[in-house]
Ligand binder design. Structure first.
Ligand SMILES: [Zn+2]
Length: 58
């Protein structure tokens, strides 16, 4: 039976459930689309993935 891991998106606060990840994996928040890095599996911790600077100021 797959283990379901649940963590909160640090960006939007949505609850994210994943079943098959490894430490260091990058996943995407289904709610806000931000990229999150799996920092730890036990406890399950998600952290904002380092992003390249994007120029939004157009
Ligand atoms: Zn989010």
């Amino acid at each position: 039976m797959p283990e379901v891991l649940v963590a909160e998106c640090p960006e939007c606060g949505a609850e994210i459930e994943v079943t098959d990840v490894i430490e260091g994996e990058i996943i995407e928040c289904p709610d806000c689309g931000v990229e999150l890095e799996v920092r730890s599996l036990n406890p399950f911790v998600l952290e904002l993935a380092p992003q390249e600077e994007e120029d939004w100021g157009e």
